[in-house]
Design a protein around this ligand. Structure first.
Ligand code: SAH
Length: 200
């Protein structure tokens, strides 16, 4: 299946301020590869779609926007909470040095790992766990992204972030951009968004 032009031009590019590295990551990770056979023709619309187990793959504009907010460099070590389909993870792995990703539903984690291995990604490590506690073993991280929403900023994620690092997370229905500074944190508001709830 070919990636349609409108997907990049009308959905991805406007959501990431035309960031060329992000656009090429979207071209490297065709969204249909993360979506069930029966829903292939909906792959390039700007909608969330079911991926089983009551979960969804996020809207591509949301993935582009959150990736943009995270401002991932080639040297970054990234932690993602909520692997889901693996789509956001593939985008991050195209941009970063290494991605650690945690998912609480084993079947989703396993399927995402197969999908991403088939696409020849070698810079991703998967874990089945409650991501609320982060992933201590490889901390601290340059960037952390959560793809499920929380009522408050999970303390462990802040602890596992480097000083100078950034956490992007939906809190209730608002995306927050949290920078960890020498002497505390700086919190900015992003756009409103709908996400599945983060399970504590
Ligand atoms: N990034 C995913 C979006 C998946 S939706 C994608 O691109 O497809 C959010 C995911 O977070 C779901 O798969 C859900 O099972 C997972 N999740 C929810 N609470 C979690 C928790 N506490 N720890 C780890 N994963 C969690």
């Amino acid at each position: 299946m070919k990636i349609p032009e409108y997907y990049i031009k009308k959905i991805v590019a406007p959501a990431c301020e035309n960031d060329e590295r992000i656009i090429s990551a979207f071209l490297k990770c065709p969204r249909n590869r993360f979506i069930d056979e029966a829903m292939q023709r909906l792959s390039f619309d700007d909608n969330a779609l079911p991926i089983g187990y009551g979960q969804t793959i996020s809207k591509p504009s949301t993935v582009a926007y959150m990736t943009y907010l995270l401002s991932v460099s080639e040297e970054d070590i990234v932690l993602e909470i909520g692997t889901g389909s693996g789509f956001q993870c593939g985008i991050l792995a195209s941009l970063a040095k290494f991605v650690y990703t945690v998912e609480r539903i084993p079947q989703l984690s396993y399927r995402a790992s197969l999908t991403l291995k088939k696409m020849h990604f070698k810079n991703i490590k998967f874990k089945v766990d409650n991501g609320h506690i982060g992933w201590e073993e490889f901390a601290p991280y340059d960037k952390i992204i959560a793809t499920a929403s929380s009522d408050e900023i999970p303390e462990n994620l802040l602890i596992q972030l480097k000083i100078g690092g950034r956490l992007v997370i939906p809190i209730k229905d608002r995306i927050k951009i949290i920078d960890k500074l020498e002497d505390g944190i700086d919190i900015k508001d992003g756009e409103n968004c709908r996400f599945v709830e983060f399970v504590k």
